[in-house]
Design a protein around this ligand. Structure first.
Ligand SMILES: NC(=O)c1ccc[n+]([C@@H]2O[C@H](COP(=O)([O-])OP(=O)(O)OC[C@H]3O[C@@H](n4cnc5c(N)ncnc54)[C@H](OP(=O)(O)O)[C@@H]3O)[C@@H](O)[C@H]2O)c1
Length: 261
């Protein structure tokens, strides 16, 4: 083991030589995580639907000297998920790190929540992480290293502002992480979730454009502010790195203390 601080830190956290797939990597939390993994040395494929944001993300990372590429896929259909997975694996090879950040939060009043909203929510927020895990998890186990990171929500643990189908999908996603952890941890593949509180991203533009609501939510944290996408960088690198080998099936709250206040 290296005796310099840089060498020691690199042994713990470097992602050099690893490949990563980050769904939702073109915006918000996913984009910050994709940037963090790439800057820590991984070759990163970002996946989402809109080309312009994907291109912008890849250009920013390559300008910083990172290895990054994009795949446009619609993860709200099974066909889209499967096609996206193959396209992603064709870029830098099979991923060692899978981050599921793509998600939507549709909030019709619960009594009006129909099958369409239910199906779209479950397919994108839950089934895509499941199918991508089924596609890549066994290969990770065979190679003896893998990191699966899901982005869930405080709504996996409590109802909050019309949780509806969204809260259900996130609760199940935390269970999925435990099932994956149980199956693959003996083979060097960990599965964990990062649990955000309220983060200022395009996902919750409606709430985050209301200064009173923003201030009220910040007051519910212990840190005294709402989350930023960049708050997830360090936690994501940790969960993707060799140093988290003994951390699996866990939910790590990155929420400024929101959940315990
Ligand atoms: N922001 C918060 O306060 C908060 C709180 C708790 C949990 N979360 C969770 O954190 C994750 C990231 O949220 P965020 O706030 O960073 O949201 P965001 O900025 O809106 O990013 C969502 C990402 O998902 C992609 N996406 C959406 N629909 C897709 C589809 N059908 N197929 C493929 N990609 C799709 C989007 O790109 P395209 O639109 O181009 O497809 C975008 O890259 C989500 O799972 C969310 O539930 C966020």
């Amino acid at each position: 083991m290296s005796t310099t601080p840089a060498g020691y830190l690199s042994g713990l956290f470097s992602l050099e030589g690893r490949t990563a797939l980050v769904t939702g990597g073109s915006s918000g939390i996913g984009r910050a995580i994709a940037g963090a993994l790439a800057r820590a040395g991984a070759s990163v494929v970002v996946m989402a639907r809109k080309e312009a944001e994907l291109v912008e993300t890849v250009e920013e990372l390559t300008a910083d000297g990172c290895r990054a590429a994009r795949v446009s896929a619609d993860l709200s259909t099974r066909e889209g998920i499967k096609a996206g997975a193959e396209a992603a694996a064709a870029v830098f090879g099979e991923p060692d790190i899978l981050v599921n950040s793509a998600g939507i939060n549709l909030r019709p009043p619960f009594g009006e929540l129909g099958e369409e909203v239910w199906d779209t929510t479950m397919t994108l927020n839950l089934e895509a992480p499941f199918l991508l895990g089924q596609r890549f998890g066994p290969g990770m186990a065979e190679r003896g290293f893998g990191r699966i990171i899901h982005i869930t929500s405080q709504q996996a643990h409590r109802a909050f502002v019309q949780s509806g189908a969204y809260g259900v999908s996130k609760g199940a996603l935390e269970s999925l992480a435990r099932s994956q952890a149980e199956a693959w941890s003996p083979y060097g593949v960990t599965a964990n979730t990062l649990v955000p509180g309220f983060v200022m991203t395009p996902l919750n533009r409606r709430l985050s454009s209301d200064p009173e609501k923003v201030a009220a939510l910040a007051a519910r944290t212990m840190v005294g502010r709402n989350g930023l996408a960049e708050d997830f960088a360090g936690a994501a690198v940790f969960l993707a790195s060799p140093s988290s080998a003994y951390v699996t099936g866990q939910s790590l709250f990155v929420d400024g203390g929101f959940s315990v206040h």
